[in-house]
Design a binder for this molecule. Structure first.
Ligand code: HSE
Length: 415
C-alpha cells in the first residue's frame, strides 16, 4: 500500500478549516494532517488539542512531513515559514496572496535555487483555476489582457448594497461573518487584496514582476448613494475591476478601480462573493472563468488541487518570465472616468481633461472626464478624500464629445 501523504498545516482559520474538512471527506486521498501550527493557545477549536502546536519549528523541523501548507494572515510570519520550508527542500503550498505578491522576486529566486515546488493556486480568486491555466495552457500565447473581479468581499458589498439596499457597513459585516473578508477588511474594500492577486497573475500571464504597490488601486470606501442612483437610473452596475492590459507590443498597464458596467459586460452578471477572470489571447480570443472567490471550501478546493499536483512533483515553470516576453510596465493609458465631488477646488489639483458635468446629487456634482492613469496614480491622496469618488467608464459606449470639451480651468470657471 502506498505511504500516506503527511501534511503539516499553518493556520486553522476559515481556509484551514475548509481544507481540513475537504481532506477528511476525500479519504481516497490517503493523506494525514500530522500537526497544525496556530498562534492563539486559548482559542476554542473544533479539533482535539493534541492536533495543535504553537511553535513553527515543531512542524518545520519534522523530517517526516511531505508537504507544508501555509494559510495564515500574518504576512511576515507567512514569509518566514514559507522560505524556511523551501530552504529545507519541502514541498510548499500557500494561500497568502499579500505575502506572495510582496515577495514575488525573492520567492521565485528561492524556487530556482532550491529546485523546490511552491504552489499557490488558492492565492488568486479562490476556486478559479487561474494560475495553472496561465502556466500550462496559455504559456505560449501572447495575451492582450487579463481582467475580472478578484475580490469576493467587495463584490459581495457592491451586490448587497445594489440588489438589497443594504447599508455598506451591514454588507461588510455580513462578508466578515461569512468568512470572506480579510482580518483587516481595508485590504478588501481598498482594492489592495485584488491588487495583490493581479500582481501574481501578471507574472504568470505576461512574465513581468509588478509589485502590488505600483498598481493603481482605488477602492469603494467612498462609495455613496449617488453612485447607486447613477447606476440604477442607467441600468448599470458597479464592479471592482482588476485589469492588466497590453497598451502596445511591449507595454503593460494595470489597475484596480470601481467600474460601471452594462448588461453587455461579463462582469455585470457576477454577484456576491463570486469572482471572475477573463483572459484575452491574441489567437484564442476571450475566455471567462467564474466561480467562488472566497470562503473555506472554495479556497480549500484550490489547495486540494495543488496537493494533488505536488504529488506528481508539479512545479511552476514561469515560462513567460524565463523564455518569452519582455514587457515593460507603465501606466500610460487613458481612462474615461466618472467623478463625484463636492467642491470644484477638490478637482483643481487633478490633471484631468475634457470634463463634462452630467448631474447633481444633493451637494455633489457628477462629471465625466478623461484621465491618464499615471496622473491618477500621482494624485491618489487627493482621490482618497471622502468627498470624491471616481469610477471607470471606459467600458461603456459613452462619448466624451470633443466639441463639448473644455480645459479643466475653463470648466472650473463655468461650474
Ligand atoms: N478576502 C478575500 C476576498 C478572500 O474577499 O476575496 C479570498 O482571497
Amino acid at each position: 500500500m502506498k505511504r500516506k501523504l503527511k501534511i503539516g498545516l499553518f493556520g486553522f482559520g476559515c481556509v484551514g478549516q475548509g481544507l481540513y474538512d475537504i481532506l477528511c471527506k476525500n479519504d481516497h486521498f490517503n493523506s494525514e494532517v500530522v500537526g497544525i501550527c496556530v498562534k492563539d493557545r486559548n482559542k476554542k477549536r473544533t479539533l482535539p488539542p493534541e492536533m495543535f502546536v504553537y511553535d513553527k519549528w515543531e512542524i518545520l523541523n519534522n523530517d517526516d512531513l511531505d508537504l507544508i501548507i501555509e494559510m495564515i494572515s500574518d504576512t511576515e510570519e507567512a514569509y518566514k515559514i514559507v522560505t524556511a520550508a523551501l530552504k529545507k527542500g519541502k514541498k510548499v503550498i500557500s494561500a497568502s496572496k499579500k505575502m506572495i505578491a510582496q515577495n514575488f522576486e525573492a520567492l521565485y529566486t528561492l524556487q530556482k535555487q532550491y529546485h523546490c515546488s511552491f504552489l499557490y493556486e488558492a492565492a488568486c480568486c479562490g476556486s478559479i483555476p487561474i494560475i495553472r491555466n496561465l502556466e500550462e495552457y496559455f504559456d505560449n500565447e501572447p495575451l492582450k489582457s487579463v481582467y475580472g473581479i478578484f475580490n469576493g468581499s467587495s463584490n459581495y458589498i457592491l451586490s448587497k448594497v445594489y440588489n438589497e439596499n443594504l447599508s455598506y457597513s451591514e454588507a461588510l459585516k455580513q462578508a466578515q461573518e461569512l468568512g470572506f473578508a480579510e482580518l483587516d477588511p481595508t485590504l478588501d474594500v481598498g482594492g489592495y487584496d485584488a491588487a495583490n492577486k493581479l500582481s501574481i497573475i501578471i507574472a504568470h500571464a505576461f512574465g513581468t514582476i509588478v509589485p502590488p504597490d505600483q498598481i493603481f488601486t482605488y477602492g469603494i470606501q467612498n462609495l455613496h448613494q449617488a453612485e447607486m442612483d447613477f447606476a440604477k437610473e442607467r441600468k448599470l452596475k458597479i464592479r471592482m475591476q482588476a485589469k492588466a492590459v497590453k497598451t502596445s507590443q511591449e507595454k503593460l498597464a494595470a489597475f484596480v478601480i470601481p467600474t460601471f458596467v452594462d448588461v453587455e459586460n461579463p462582469l455585470y452578471y457576477v454577484e456576491n462573493e463570486l469572482n471572475t477572470t477573463l483572459i484575452e489571447g491574441r489567437f484564442s480570443g476571450q475566455q471567462q472563468f467564474k466561480g467562488k472567490g472566497a470562503g473555506g471550501h472554495p479556497t480549500g478546493s484550490a489547495i486540494l488541487s495543488d496537493i494533488s499536483a505536488s504529488l506528481y512533483h508539479y512545479k511552476y515553470e514561469y515560462k513567460k518570465m524565463e523564455y518569452h516576453e519582455n514587457i515593460i510596465f507603465d501606466n500610460d493609458i487613458k481612462l474615461k472616468i466618472y467623478i463625484r465631488y463636492r467642491s470644484k477646488e477638490s478637482l483643481s489639483a487633478l490633471d484631468i481633461n475634457h470634463i463634462h458635468l452630467q448631474a447633481k446629487h444633493g451637494d455633489y456634482q457628477i462629471a465625466f472626464a478623461e484621465a491618464n492613469l499615471q496622473n491618477l496614480a500621482e494624485f491618489k491622496d487627493q482621490l482618497s478624500h471622502e468627498d470624491i469618488f471616481i469610477a471607470d467608464l471606459s467600458n461603456l459606449k459613452i462619448k466624451l464629445d470633443s466639441t463639448l470639451s473644455t480645459s479643466p480651468s475653463e470648466y472650473l470657471q463655468n461650474v
